[in-house]
Design a protein around this ligand. Sequence first.
Ligand code: SD4
Length: 332
Amino acid sequence: MKRRKFLKNSSLTTVGIVSASALASCKTENKTEENTLAPTSSETIKPIVVCTWNFHNATSKAWEVLSKGGNALDAVEQGVMVEEADETNETVGKGGRPDRDGNVTLDACIMDKDGNCGSVVYLQNIVHPVSVARKVMEETPHIILAGKGAEKFAYEQGFEKEDLLTESTRKQYQEWLKTSKYETTINIENHDTIGMLAIDANGDISGACTTSGMAYKVVGRVGDSPIIGAGLYVDNEVGGATATGVGEEVIRTVGSFLIVELMRQGKSPQEACEEGVKRIMKKNEGREDFQIGFLAINKNGETGGYCVHPGFTYREYSEKGHENRQVKSFYS
Ligand code: SD4
């Protein structure tokens, strides 16, 4: 059943008509009257891609798609797929750390300019959960598929079964089993979930988020990353936001949706991310044992980020160049 004929919509037209020369002129434009966003910047930057942490290869891939005139949805999917396939990234895709029983279970979601979205949670044996999430979005009338059902659907869609544990994560897991500490504290400097937001040459926004979640989590645990509104949210009139860190805290504040709504009310991406973290800290007064990083982009291509502890960065790639940006934090 095809709920959405995504490939027939204008994004495809965009791919067809936006040439390299068109992109050459896609530097900065004056803001148009059409934006519902309260102005926080006088120029529009597009195309542009940002992602949580310093994922150079992932943003480069997304930029490659955008700079050839590709749409934002393809850019974010192909961008985050780079990390899903990278076995050295131990919190995304193949090579992600397992749960307490040794299963690698993946969470991912994707959202497009029209508010269409797809998500998979607790997915095993598939290297690219973001692509399965996209299939859920495009090929089913649903938004979230979980566990065995998601895996069965993936095989039906032609995805191949693969062992996601690597030699390295298997060894680490065996080491962890010696103490089997049942605590969900994660190293505040070591969150590698990738959340990516892109604006294409057409000015349309999409986002994706993918993770293996917290290492040695309770079996069955699902974090914020595949939850639309928590780990990711996109509103094509306003902007997008994504999160990394302890997902439970992001879910409690519906963090990404909150940030997009704050931008709708006129806050800059930076101000909105700061407010998002402050809301979380209000519910966790005095608690310092967790990290959250928020990243946001508005319709103008203005970006911002904020986190609980120093260390969170985000990578930005536009015609202006690419850089890894340090963000301010709640605690210094
Ligand atoms: C989760 N937010 O599952 C994810 C974890 C994360 O880098 O961001 N790790 O809660």
